[in-house]
Design a protein. Structure first.
Lengths: 284, 185
């Protein structure tokens, strides 16, 4: 059985609760055990690296030092936390940066999207599919930090990533081609420059709808929050309805593998995906 | 200086300050404008990223630090990824924000710097992001209406906890003592 240390991060305990629940749900189905880090704290997010470089490395380093108390790899579902962790690792390992915590750069940091959409897990998922997502058309939206900067993420196809498309196809759905996979949703401006933020997120929603997709599939808690929870506000600005549900890849995995809590996850969405999924015969 | 004005060189104070803090060599920029072409925020910036780099080369400190560009940069890393001279432009934006912050030169977009300061001073005590606390920022910046409606909807869907966790302890809170003094500690 695979075991990981697990860093949910603030958003998975708050505004992205269904991401946390579905990550825990599908990993349990796959026989992967997660051990949440003891007394973890904020990674510093955008604010720390905007104002103070040392703080932006110390905040992740504290969590990485806790993770290094065990030999397990660290699984991180939130793209922002993952990016901050990899950035701190790079500074400590490559530049010999000193930090206030006993972090040595030993723990392997793994992004949940990379791990769960990679071949070994995909093979396990295949064996457990009870309800293929036949007839579902999706566009995969990766966003920024899951792929950039490639120096930290190690993603080769950073302009046109395909790993989330791969899992969507494995689950039986259709992954449509589009040009906005890695465009920025403007998450860092969500609270401060709503005008600009809505333009960026709005463009992604409009382009997603143009492809004829039934849903957007996301793998970053910030992206999902913006595309889903701000969609109605954006519709008001645009003067027309978009109404496209935004699902986490882990929710689709849970659906296809028949996870009993799927209904509970879907209830947390602002744009209710249930009518669309019902019409496709994918939920009852 | 010659008749054409200040010559771009490697020794303007701003250029060396950025190099010392970030390790990035702005003098390598040859104005291909790939950064500005691919920037998703370019429509809202008062100075485009490639122009900002030219101003840095010339040593136009006030112009650079008071631009809204450095605050609007969303750290999406598209520019850093595409720069043919391997300049980590997003990192330079971080460095410029930090310099503006500690020299109290945050005029480019006061709300954005206010939010970051607010976020850090709140997180210092709670240890983890406490979203309901953002209402205080909204109150200060005058945008409370939209936030409350959104927050209520998130709360009703179980996507917002009401109470902060108070994690991390003294060692975590001590980290914040030096905020704003910069990378040179």
């Amino acid at each position: 059985m695979m075991e990981f240390s697990y860093f949910p991060g603030c958003s998975l305990h708050g505004t992205s609760k269904e991401f946390d629940e579905s990550v825990r749900g599908v990993t349990a189905q796959l026989g992967i055990k997660l051990h949440e880090l003891d007394d973890w704290t904020c990674c510093g997010a955008t604010s720390a690296h905007s104002l103070d470089e040392q703080l932006a490395i110390e905040m992740p380093a504290r969590n990485l030092a806790i993770a290094e108390r065990s030999d397990r790899d660290l699984l991180v579902p939130c793209a922002n936390c993952y990016s901050r962790f990899k950035g701190a690792e790079y500074e400590v390992k490559e530049h010999g940066r000193k930090v206030s915590f006993p972090y040595e750069g030993k723990v392997t940091i793994r992004f949940a999207m990379d791990y769960l959409c990679d071949k070994p897990v995909v093979e396990e998922v295949k064996k457990r599919i009870v309800k293929p997502l036949t007839g579902l058309k999706a566009v995969c939206y990766y966003g920024c930090l899951p792929v950039r900067p490639p120096r930290l993420t190690g993603i080769k196809n950073y302009e046109n990533p395909t790993h989330m498309d791969g899992i969507v196809k494995t689950l039986g759905a259709e992954a449509l081609q589009w040009s906005y996979k890695t465009d920025c949703c403007g998450a860092s401006l969500m609270f401060t420059r709503l005008d600009i933020f809505k333009k960026l997120t709005g463009r992604i929603l409009v382009e997603a709808a143009k492809t004829g997709a039934d849903c957007v599939v996301a793998g970053c808690s910030m992206c999902q929050m913006n595309l889903d929870t701000r969609q109605e506000d954006i519709e008001k600005d645009l003067g027309r309805k978009i109404g496209i549900p935004v699902l986490y890849y882990t929710e689709l995995m849970g659906l296809a593998m028949g996870h009993p809590d799927t209904g509970k996850w879907l209830k947390r969405h602002f744009i209710d995906p249930v009518p669309m999924l019902k019409a496709k015969g994918l939920v009852q | 200086m010659d008749a054409r004005g200040q010559a771009p060189n490697n020794s303007t104070p701003l250029l060396s300050e950025i190099y010392e803090e970030s390790g990035e060599k702005i003098q390598n920029c040859y104005q291909c404008q790939k950064c500005s072409a691919g920037c998703p925020l370019n429509f809202a910036m008062d100075i485009l990223p490639n122009q900002l780099f030219r101003h840095i080369q010339y040593g136009h400190r006030d112009k650079v630090l008071s631009s809204n560009t450095i605050w609007l940069c969303a750290s999406c890393h598209t520019c850093s990824t595409r720069c043919p001279n391997q300049i980590d432009i997003a990192k330079v934006m971080d460095t410029l924000r930090a310099i503006a912050h500690r020299t109290r030169a945050e005029s480019g977009d006061k709300n954005i710097s206010l939010f970051h300061k607010f976020f850090l001073s709140l997180t210092k005590y709670t240890g983890r992001t406490w979203e309901p606390g953002f209402a205080l920022y909204e109150l200060k910046s005058g945008g409370l209406g939209g936030f409350m409606g959104w927050g209520l909807k998130a709360f009703l869907r179980g996507r917002m906890g009401l109470f902060p966790g108070f994690k991390g302890g003294a060692a975590f809170r001590n980290l914040f003592k030096e905020v704003g003094k910069g990378g040179a500690r």
